[in-house]
Design a protein around this ligand. Sequence first.
Ligand code: LLP
Length: 418
Amino acid sequence: MTAVQFLTVDQVRAVQRDFGTPVLVYDEATLVRQAREALGFPNAFGLTVRYAMKALPSGAILRLLHSLGLHIDASSGFEVLRAIRAGIPPEYIQLTAQELPADLDELVTAGIEFNACSLNQLAAYGRGFPGTALGVRINPGLGSGHNNRTNVGGPSSSFGIWHTYIPEVLETCAAHGLRVTRVHTHIGSGGNPDVWMKCARLSLDAAAQFPDVTTLNLGGGFKVARMPDETGVDVHEIGAVVRDSLEDFAEACGRKLRLEIEPGSFIVANAGALVAGVMDVVDTGAAGYRFIKIDAGMTDVLRPAIYGAQHPITLVPATDGERPEHEYLVVGHCCESGDVLTPAPGNPEGLLPRTLPEARLGDAVVIGGAGAYCSAMSCKNYNSFPEAPEVLLRENGDMQLIRERQTLEHMLENELLI
Ligand code: LLP
């Protein structure tokens, strides 16, 4: 065994020794490569790449991606404030939220871009900021996702304004003198690229109904290959189709639209790995299963437990030498039968053992593809386990701590004893 994801075996052991487990490690080289790839997305009349910070909102990561030229899509007022505190100027931040922040007025006055995601949000914005420009998020009528939890377009999705209500959008805008300069759609994560491209065309149909539109934002959702047998989306291939559609639109409507995309997973998913420790090995007899219990789990990587998501899992033995292989289920440290890292694909209720070298206490287990929606989306503090620290593997090989391990004091900070 030479390398595990972006880490060498020696680096895995060094991380385990120097930071303790569990720990999330991010790879600067992968982040830079993916950001550049996204910035190379084909476009006809200009491109803005907004990093969907919900995927991994740590300040050091936001700062790094911003330094490479990425803007930000924030999904709550709190995310906006987090990005500002990381040093991102407000004019680089767009808010696309389900819940309007209480301090929306201050955020808009500071210079953020607002994307109205419902007719009520649009009216509220219009009352506060009449005569200004904004974006609207439209549900174009179809969606795409790796499963029904990640599909956010079509009739079963509450995200965005249903496309047949565009006349109502125009009416509200007229009432408040608002100009819709950005039409936004995001239909899901990790889905079918054909549906994504079809959505791009439907989004242009929606854009054609807005006389002031200058920008088309097609959201994120580019499928990422985390497992060796998966194929990720070819952004150049889908980008070329989008570019042609924008050119056709310019010819038909006389308007040259700037393109925006909002990748989250595409930028960070494969730039992250969770390094955990084997803290127990148990089995349920000859007809049962062998289990590797790690000192992490749904508190750090929740995707397998809720989506049946597949992440690469590598056992890095603490000692060199040959080991026999066995079929294992890998489970987390929570007292919860659903804390499983080896579910059946797309079926969190099912189990699919993996073949791994014989596990012994003190070995490391590396969960790959853990950059997106892992530290950001976990059962934080369940069973009172602290948040894992985050480390950035710099391009020069240095390991830099970017988030400390949470302490019990942090966890109890806002509790009041009676
Ligand atoms: N833009 C908007 C408005 C979004 O809601 C999202 C993700 C993105 C962009 C980025 O999508 P991405 O490129 O990361 O697929 N937690 C799930 C995915 C749901 C994300 C929700 N919105 C996961 O673990 O795969």
